[in-house]
Ligand binder design. Structure first.
Ligand code: PMP
Length: 427
């Protein structure tokens, strides 16, 4: 009830009633977004005190669960020490060293405030370094809302039914070439045509934005080889993937190495953050050393540094990723059983450790076209059937379910029981 009232107020004052379109229920056939007043561990509580098992995890950052005591303490400390100075701090150094030792390709880093900024700046730096204009990206991958990467973006705009954004000029769109993920031949063709003007190839090494989609063997190696052969740089967008599957970035899990990496989400422990880094000769293009400009009033702010360091400290504890793997497997298996019991046999689940996506599809999902072709209407039914029973997913068939270190076996078992009812409703 109170969510409905808040939504009415929100619509009166905030455009579309939400501060990020992915939170709207437009992509799941409509409905009133739940107004949350509190998060604790694996649970969200709405204004009417209904409890939800949370699989949104704030679209990824909340991997340690809500209000983790170690992170809460760090943020409290930050508040007591004053939250912003506009000067260098030791915290920035501590955190930079921590990130570099977890992700060896980061020879130099810079902190910014969001994943959008991180990706946007890696592209600028790549253009500065190569003196070239174009980028190649993969269809359906979402890299934030800067102009260039909104061309054929994934989960964000696609959820609302339009892959591109109005307001991005035709000239900007000309600088972007989009090819299918997991298709090295298509990349090679694009490079044959445009290669001498391609500054960078931008890729999510494990896709998180048309669901969880892993690279096929050899694909990322081919991205590296081809891009370098044509004189471009490889940028990994690890905003979703870093620290998601192990303590470090996906690149080290997969044994591949980009020239530049963009980070965000988990590394802020829930506070706003982005970071980018990579080869020192490329990073030295950035002001004050080089001609490529990037700055930020809030960049490297002490609160985000405190929170990020505390989050990584939690993730360094032994057993963290084993726990996510165990629960992820249990949830995956349980959802398959739940679907089967309900007589639904066209469910495909893509999972990596504690992140998974449930698609209604009768064929494997290996690229954006596959994900687009999956049944959105049935996903919407599943979404609403779960929500009314106390399981909160992100409202889009393209988003992952994220487990956190706070989820327990009992939470997963409860989710599976609820899913049994929900799948029956879908059928
Ligand atoms: N890159 C990827 C892979 C993302 O998933 C996102 C956000 N979903 C972004 C970039 C943009 O990050 P932010 O929302 O912090 O700007």
């Amino acid at each position: 009830e109170q969510s409905q009232r808040q939504y009415e107020i929100a619509n009166e004052h905030i455009v579309g009633g939400v501060n990020s379109p992915s939170r709207s229920f437009k992509g799941v056939g409509g409905g009133i977004p739940v107004s949350i007043k509190k998060g604790n561990g694996a649970y969200l509580y709405d204004l009417d005190d209904n409890r939800y098992i949370d699989y949104i995890a704030a679209y990824g950052p909340i991997i340690t669960g809500h209000a983790h005591p170690h992170i809460t303490k760090a943020i409290t400390q930050a508040a007591e020490d004053g939250v912003l100075y506009g000067t260098p701090t030791r915290l920035e150094n501590d955190f930079a060293i921590m990130l570099k030792s977890a992700i060896p390709s980061l020879e130099k880093v810079r902190f910014v405030n969001s994943g959008t900024e991180a990706v946007m700046t890696t592209i600028r730096v790549a253009r500065a370094y190569t003196g070239r204009n174009k980028i190649i990206k993969f269809a359906g991958c979402y890299h934030g809302h800067s102009d260039l990467v909104l061309v054929a973006a994934g989960s964000g705009p696609s959820t609302l039914g339009s892959p591109d954004s109005a307001g991005v000029t035709k000239n900007i769109a000309k600088e972007v070439i989009t090819v299918p993920f997991n298709d090295a031949d298509a990349l090679e063709q694009a490079l044959e045509t445009f290669g001498d003007d391609v500054a960078a190839v931008l890729v999510e090494p494990i896709v998180g934005n048309f669901g969880i989609v892993e690279p096929e063997p050899g694909f990322l190696e081919a991205v590296n080889d081809l891009t370098h052969r044509y004189g471009g740089l490889v940028i990994y967008d690890e905003v979703i993937t870093a620290f998601r599957f192990h303590y470090g970035a996906a690149q080290d899990l997969l044994g591949v190495k980009p020239d530049l990496t963009a980070l965000g989400k988990i590394i802020g422990g829930g506070l706003p953050i982005g970071a980018y880094g990579g080869r020192v000769d490329i990073m030295e293009q950035i002001a004050p050393l080089g001609p490529a400009y990037q700055a930020g009033t809030m960049a490297g702010n002490p609160a985000s540094m405190h929170s990020g360091i505390a989050c990584l400290e939690v993730l360094q504890q032994p057993g963290v990723y084993d726990h996510l793997e165990t629960l992820g497997k249990k949830l995956e298996d349980g959802l398959h059983v739940a679907a089967k019991e309900a007589g639904i046999d066209d469910v495909v689940i893509n999972r990596k450790v504690g992140a998974l996506t449930v698609y209604f599809s009768d064929k494997p999902i290996r690229n954006y076209d596959d994900a687009k072709a999956s049944n959105g209407e049935r996903f919407s039914q599943l979404f609403h059937a779960l929500l009314k029973r106390g399981v909160h997913l992100a409202p889009s068939k393209y988003e992952a379910w994220f487990l956190t270190t706070a989820h327990t076996e009992a939470d997963v078992e409860e989710t599976i029981e609820i899913a049994k009812e929900a799948f029956k409703e879908v059928r």
